[in-house]
Structure formats: C-alpha cells, structure tokens
Design a protein around this ligand. Structure first.
Ligand code: NAD
Length: 295
C-alpha cells in the first residue's frame, strides 16, 4: 500500500507541524480539530512556516503554494479521515481521549488505513487495543518544531505488523524525516531524557539556583545543547510537559515527579509560547520579547 492521503487529528502545536511536513512531502492532507479557532490558528501557522521555508531557500514560492493547496481543514472527524491511507493523531496527551479517537477512527477509516499516534510517552498497544486493527496501529513520534526537527521515532505496539512499520517509515522519509525504531516503553528515547532535564531545570528555577535566562545559557554554552531546557519547555507547552511527567511519574516512578513550580505555571494559565506567556514572554509573532521574573 502506498500512502497518498494523510489525515491529521488535532491541529495544535504538533498537528499543524505534521500537516505542514506531510503537505511539503507531497501528500494530500486533511487537518481536523474539534475547535474551529484551533484550525484557523493552524492555517495561519502553516502559512507562516511555508513563507519562512521560502525565505530560507528550502522551498520555492510555487512549492509553498502547492503545499498549501494540498491541505484542507475539517471540523468533522469522519469527513477528514474516511479517505485517508494514514491517520496521525495529535490530540492532547490523555489516554482515554486517544483510545476513544482510535475507536472512532477504526469505524470510519478504510480497512487498509494505518492509524498512528503522535503520543510523547504513552503505550501504542493500549491506544490501539480498542480497535479491530492493532496490526495497522503504531506510534509516529514527531518532534517540535516539526518543520525543523529531523527525527520521527517509530514505536511498535504489541501487534504492529512489519508492513505497517515499513509503510510509516517510508511516509516519514517522504516528509524529509529520519526514523528510529524504538521498543514500547514509557517516554521512548528523547522524550524521557528531555522530561527529566526540563523538570530538573524547573527545580533549579524554584530553588533560586539561577535565573531562567542563566539556567538556559549555562546548559546551552556549558553542555552544548542547541536550546535551553526552559525555553524548550515553553516551546513544548508547559501543560503538555506536565501531562508527560504525570504519565512518566505514574509508570516509571518517583524521579519523574513534576516540579511544583511547573504545576503552578500551568494553574496560572502560563502554558508557554502557545499562550504568549510561560517561563518567558512572547509577542504576537511568537518571538520572545522579554524574560519574566521568577515566581
Ligand atoms: P496542543 O494542546 O497544542 O493541541 C492539541 C489539539 O487537540 C488542540 O487544538 C485541541 O483542540 C485538539 N483536540 C482535543 N480533543 C480533540 C478531539 N477529540 N478531536 C480532535 N481534536 C481534538 O497539544 P500538542 O502539544 O500539539 O500535543 C499533541 C500530542 O503530541 C500529544 O500527545 C503530545 O504529547 C504529543 N507531542 C507533543 C510535543 C510538543 O512538543 N508539544 C512533541 C511531541 C509529541
């Protein structure tokens, strides 16, 4: 089976990036979200990313326009998914929600269609268990920001077939991505490390070890990380990071207990770049404007 049409479910931070990569890779894309405003924000973000690609010489203007023309937005799951060869789910990191969406997709999609989850931490076996096609379910874990990050982790569920793995690796390759195959275990590889490092940086901020800017600068210049862990947490979304840590804490134990300061930021609605304010502050254009003081 050759993938031609991809449906992306959830048009938040990751869904919009995956839709971008899929359209640039030449696939027909249906992008679905339950919230109309999330779809509208995604359309604007994709247009911005395409123009950025043109500016950086990665795409011609004609390529960017053609990619945009391959994306349609849909507020109905059935309409978005019924013709798809591959569905990539990118809704919130909540097991019950993912299980329910996979159940619905199993009924809506064509028999050959592959259902992939972009979960950061959770079990693709459990997400697929309510479907009648666990052999055609898998995790495709993209990284943020998707247009720039080269990796897709492929995680097999217990019944995922070799053919499914082959097809999703090829689809990721057509999106310009490299793949690694990882066995199912909470958090997989980069996500598990990143959650720990980010949580530790949050503890340092809470303990007053250094300012947010200096913690990030120390890690960038001292350890050679391309980005500071606090800046990365804002990019990931502090709510998403918290959900990841909660799941890792529940499944892997004490060392993943979410830092109380992270919980406080999420309670305050300071979710990071996507809400304009997290550990740092961001302007309308998504660029960082000024560092905020520690709580
Ligand atoms: P997000 O909060 O930015 O977006 C989630 C979107 O899902 C929202 O637009 C919401 O309206 C939509 N949604 C909620 N319920 C829905 C439903 N029933 N049907 C359709 N859409 C629905 O979240 P995100 O950061 O894009 O994360 C999405 C997934 O990707 C999560 O599983 C997360 O763990 C994973 N992930 C996130 C990152 C990251 O850096 N943010 C990186 C890799 C993987």
């Amino acid at each position: 089976m050759e993938v031609q049409t991809i449906a992306v479910v959830g048009s938040g931070v990751m869904g919009q990036g995956i839709a971008y990569a899929a359209a640039v890779g030449g696939f027909q894309v249906a992008l679905h979200d339950v919230k109309q405003e999330a779809l509208e924000r995604a359309r604007q973000a994709i247009e911005r990313d395409l123009q950025e690609g043109v500016k950086r010489g990665k795409l011609s203007q004609a390529d960017a326009e053609a990619a945009l023309g391959r994306i349609r937005l849909s507020d109905t799951l059935a309409e978005a998914a019924r013709d798809a060869d591959l569905v990539i789910e990118a809704v919130l990191e909540l097991m019950d929600l993912k299980v329910e969406i996979f159940r619905q997709l199993d009924k809506i999609c064509k028999p050959h269609a592959i259902l992939a989850t972009n979960t950061s931490t959770m079990s693709p076996t459990e997400i697929a268990a309510g479907t009648g096609r666990p052999d055609r379910c898998v995790a495709m874990h993209f990284f943020n920001p998707v247009p720039k990050m080269k990796l897709v982790e492929i995680i097999r569920g217990m019944d995922t077939s070799d053919q499914t793995v082959r097809i999703v690796r090829a689809a990721a390759g057509q999106m310009g991505k490299e793949t690694v195959e990882v066995n199912e275990f909470p958090g997989f590889v980069p996500g598990r490390i990143s959650a720990l490092v980010g949580n530790e940086a949050m503890y340092m901020l809470m303990e007053g070890v250094a300012s947010a800017e200096d913690i990030d600068k120390a890690i960038r210049l001292g350890l050679g990380y391309p980005m500071g862990p606090l800046e990365l947490a804002d990019l990931v979304g502090l709510d998403s990071r918290l959900r990841n840590l909660e799941y890792l804490h529940k499944t892997l134990g004490e060392k993943y207990r979410p830092c109380p300061l992270l919980i406080k930021y999420v309670k305050a609605g300071r979710l990071g770049k996507k809400s304009g304010r997290g550990i740092f502050e961001y302007g309308e254009d998504g660029k960082r404007i000024s560092p905020t003081d520690r709580n």
